[in-house]
Ligand binder design. Structure first.
Ligand code: PEP
Ligand code: MG
Length: 591
């Protein structure tokens, strides 16, 4: 990838949120918040002031519904759903009552009352150590600005609607409403100082297929409208005043990417079969039913990991049986007859619930996590298992438990499952009597007793993200020791092989669903270790398929035999790179 060293050229690095490369003139947007001043009112004016606020709220509601309608037509229902959160702000009685109270008690103008109360709410949300809640603060500020604009009679985002020429938008932040109004023909890409991968603006950029980078710190203060720049949304780099050499290198990169994308697309409906005829099932990891679209769009064979905790995070109350049933059923129905492997709740570690008082632990990854919570919090487990069982009547559902560390946990979980099945039978509620149950192998202890576990399940899914951190005693979140987090460590290679062999002796299938499975360099090693299926982020599936169709299983076996005999992680990695770069060079030329 080109880097900036040459005179005049300057690079800014941020978080890549929407892939693609574009180049053009920069347009730096000013901060969109209107200024608000406080005015003291006479008691006789207060009723009219409240009336003015109510009118502005109604007007705002109509505007949001209109934006929602346009987004729904242009991008789809899922993206339009983002604006439901905005409408909810306008219906928040606590907020509205407080604003009215401030107008009446302090005898101030509606703009000032609205701004001070809403800003306090948003500030509280943005101070919370939770990415999702911080994004809700952005939603709140988006609505607040609209209401203020309506109170002040200001037309918003005029700059964006009257773009004269195609440009790269640079802004401190872009709200979802502003993003929704971007004229795709005029906006080449955008970058913002703040934001995260999960911000709604980032989600919309991906939907619109506009290259975008967020988290560029103070770029909007440093850049000027009219500067020429190149935006690389894949690697998260904005190059201002690119030299001819940089432009040439990126030109080549764009050609290679387009070429590869076309070749990947051509394989969409082809199976992942090695050159010597071995069929590999390539599944996708999802976090919500809506991701099913991505599973199909990327030609996956099913869902290998449905991380259900995302249904529990980011909301004020625990989702009940009904709500979970709806989501699991929706995924199963959308993908039927493809299988959907639902993982029971994996809370704890780095995933906390704001509304569930999880204790502060010295070592949360070694603490109250995953199946350990489920086995103690029976109501939560019962609701989830009943929801999964009920949904199993509607599609090809399988289920697995996370972080099993020994046989006892598996036995207990299975016993509870039988209890809930009996309940459903008594209630005449249908479910799949043959629902397949699996265990995740994420701890060294589970790998070592895989033979015992294999007798009680239909499949294993190796969670290498955790297996690596627990086996090598390397916290997967700690950047300081990231160099020690080695998927090709001989211990990991051997633990995977031990697990696979134990499973196969009992005719139990093995999937790998950690990030290792989605790395095309490492996938052949896993297949050589006789792993049956791989499961990775939907967008990684096409590259894996491309690679597998150029691989011979015999080569993978040779690679694995070398790895099992080798004492060095870097030598194993070197061999993996050598093989994959030889059989599929195109895959590695485009980054
Ligand atoms: C894993 O540990 O590899 C895994 C797939 O689970 P998670 O990343 O959700 O912990
Ligand atoms: Mg895990």
């Amino acid at each position: 990838m080109p880097e900036s060293q040459q005179k005049g050229e300057k690079s800014y690095r941020g978080i890549p949120v929407s892939a693609g490369v574009c180049r053009g003139k920069i347009l730096v947007l000013g901060r969109p918040r209107p200024s608000v001043t406080e005015r003291q009112l006479l008691p006789s004016d207060l009723a009219e002031e409240v009336n003015r606020l109510e009118k502005a709220l109604v007007q705002t509601r109509q505007q949001i519904l209109e934006v929602q309608r346009k987004v729904s037509e242009g991008m789809g229902a899922q993206e339009a759903g983002i604006f439901d959160a905005h409408l909810l702000v306008l219906e928040d009685r606590t907020l509205l009552d407080e604003v009215v109270r401030v107008i009446q008690e302090k005898k101030v103008n509606a703009e000032h009352a609205w701004h001070s109360v809403a800003e306090r709410y948003a500030a509280t949300l943005s101070a919370i150590e939770d990415e999702y809640l911080r994004e809700r603060a952005a939603d709140m500020r988006d609505v607040t600005t609209r209401v203020l604009n309506n109170l002040l009679g200001v037309e918003e985002a005029a700059e964006l609607r009257h773009l004269k020429e195609p440009c790269i938008i640079v802004s401190h932040a872009l709200t979802p409403s502003t993003t929704a109004q971007l004229d795709k023909r005029k906006v080449l890409g955008f970058v913002t100082d703040v934001g995260s991968r999960t911000s709604h603006t980032a989600i919309m950029a991906r939907s619109l297929r506009i290259p975008a980078i967020v988290g560029l710190k103070d770029a909007s203060a440093q850049l000027e409208s009219g500067q020429y720049a190149l935006l690389d949304g894949l690697n998260g780099v904005l190059v201002v005043n690119p030299t001819d050499q940089t432009l040439f290198e990126y030109g080549q990169l764009i050609l290679r990417q387009a070429n590869l994308q076309q070749r990947l697309h051509d394989l969409l409906h082809e199976p992942a079969v090695t050159l010597d005829g071995h069929r590999v099932l390539l599944n996708a990891n999802i976090e919500q039913a809506a991701d099913s679209e991505q599973v199909k769009a990327n030609g996956a064979d099913g869902v290998g990991l449905f991380r259900t905790e995302y249904l529990f995070l980011n909301r004020e109350h625990l989702p009940g049986e009904e709500q979970q049933y709806e989501d699991y059923r929706a995924a199963a129905a959308a993908l039927k007859p493809l299988p959907v492997v639902i993982r029971t709740l994996d809370l704890g570690g780095d995933k906390f619930l704001a509304h569930m008082q999880l204790p502060t632990e010295l070592n949360p990854f070694l603490g109250w996590r995953a199946i350990r919570i489920s086995l103690q919090e029976r109501d939560i487990f019962r609701a989830q298992l009943r929801a999964i069982l009920r949904a199993s009547a509607e599609g090809n559902i399988r289920m697995m438990y996370p972080m099993i560390s020994g046989l006892e946990e598996l036995k207990q979980a299975n016993a509870l499952l039988e209890e809930y099945k009996a309940e459903l039978r008594n209630e005449n509620i249908p479910f799949d009597e043959h629902l397949e149950v699996g265990a995740m192998i994420e701890t060294p202890s589970a790998a070592m007793v895989a033979d015992a576990l294999a007798k009680r399940v239909k499949f294993f899914s190796i969670g290498t993200n955790d297996l690596i951190q627990y086996s090598l005693a390397v916290d997967r979140m700690n950047e300081k020791i990231a160099h020690l987090y080695e998927p090709t460590h001989p211990a990991i290679v051997r633990l995977i092989k031990t697990t696979v062999d134990a499973a196969h002796r009992q005719k139990v299938r093995v999937t790998v669903c950690g990030e290792m499975a989605g790395d095309p360099v490492l996938a052949p090693l896993l297949l050589g270790l006789d792993v049956d299926e791989l499961s990775a982020a939907p967008s990684l599936v096409p590259s894996l398929k491309f690679l597998i169709r150029r691989l011979k299983l015999s080569e993978a076996h040779e690679l694995a035999a070398f790895a099992l005999d080798c004492e060095s992680a870097s030598e194993i990695l070197g061999r993996c790179q050598e093989l994959t770069h030889t059989i599929a060079p195109t895959l590695f030329e485009s980054t």
